[in-house]
Design a protein around this ligand. Structure first.
Ligand code: BJW
Ligand code: ZN
Length: 256
């Protein structure tokens, strides 16, 4: 795989890189995406029954058990070459901001510092009454595909119901994290959007903010997303192949 020399030159000159990742970056680690045909979670599970505040109110055990199954999958998975390429890049550029929609911790486990999680984290459930973070038991749960009904635990401080630490449809994003993501997107020279369908707002608006501020915008995805006209360059292929090659050619090879 050989990239356009003009693209490599643009990348090499960047002082501030911002990256937005989505479920596709963890696909090569065996974590299912949401909307891919056949393999996406929403092909098999109804988001309105599992990923909304109303669903948790209606059937907390169903929702908690499903998220425990998802957490189990993440605990068993390993970061892939794309997560590692981003962690490497953070040591090669003056400033790198990593924003993710993912609720897994594969970026952190690959070595990326300061990850901005727009949609929360599976590993940080919290009390719906007092918002204290709940300490999950050590170890990897052993659950069947899709999970099973498990009553949500109780908060040790107030006895309230503990909920998954993720952002559901209709909920606001964590405010400080969102503001930080907007800032880095507005000041970067290069914005790379990886493995997201860019269908979910407001996360998908970040690439438009970066483009409006004059950044070079690059999409990495094996499929089309509808962003093709909005970004400077679309690189078609799996993140685990494209990102290591891009980092290698732009930042680890002598300039030509
Ligand atoms: C690969 C690959 C490989 C495959 N390599 N790539 C404006 C207009 C319309 C609607 C709204 C709007 N503003 C807000 C809304 C409502 C809603 C929304 O956006 N709905 C749209 C679906 C229409 N947004 C919200 O509700 C948000 N909150 C909000 O806006 O608050 C203000 C508000 C308050 C009250 C009312 C209204 C607004 C919150 C959104 C929370 C999203 N939550 C989820 C679930 C999190 C918990 C969990 O994990 O269960 O977050 S939904 C799900 O989608 C998850 C993801 O983070 C998110 C994005 O998905 P992503 O990452 O893009 O995955 P996919 O599967 O869609 O795409 C994968 C991509 O990877 C594909 O393109 C593949 O091709 C690619 N790929 N293999 C590279 N190897
Ligand atoms: Zn509590």
């Amino acid at each position: 795989m050989q990239f356009d020399p003009a693209l490599l030159k643009g990348l090499r000159g960047a002082r501030h890189v911002a990256i937005l990742t989505g479920a596709g970056i963890s696909a090569d680690s065996g974590i299912p995406t949401f909307r891919d045909k056949l393999t996406g979670l929403w092909e098999q599970y109804d988001p309105s029954e599992l990923a909304t505040p109303a669903a948790f109110k209606h059937d907390g055990a169903l929702v908690w058990g499903w998220y425990e199954w998802r957490r189990m999958m993440v605990l068993r998975a390993q970061p892939n070459a794309a997560h590692r390429a981003i962690a490497t890049l953070s040591e090669l550029v003056p400033q790198l901001a990593l924003v993710t929609q993912n609720v897994d911790d594969l970026h952190e486990r690959a070595g990326s510092p300061g990850v901005l999680h727009l949609h929360g984290e599976l590993a940080r459930p919290y009390c719906e009454a007092c918002r204290n973070v709940y300490r999950l038991p050590e170890g990897i749960p052993d659950l069947p595909v899709g999970g099973k009904r498990i009553p949500p635990p109780q908060c040790v401080s107030c006895g309230g119901r503990v909920r998954p630490g993720v952002v559901w449809f209709g909920e606001g994003l964590p405010e400080l994290t969102w503001h930080a993501a907007v800032t880095v997107s507005s000041v970067c020279d290069v914005f790379i959007i990886v493995g997201t369908s860019a269908l979910v707002q407001p996360a998908a608006s970040l690439v438009h903010k970066a483009a409006a501020a004059g950044a070079l915008t690059i999409q990495v995805n094996p499929n089309t997303t509808g962003l093709e006209d909005a970004v400077s360059v679309s690189l078609r292929g799996p993140a685990g192949q494209i990102l290591p090659a891009l980092v290698q050619q732009a930042w680890c090879s002598p300039a030509r």
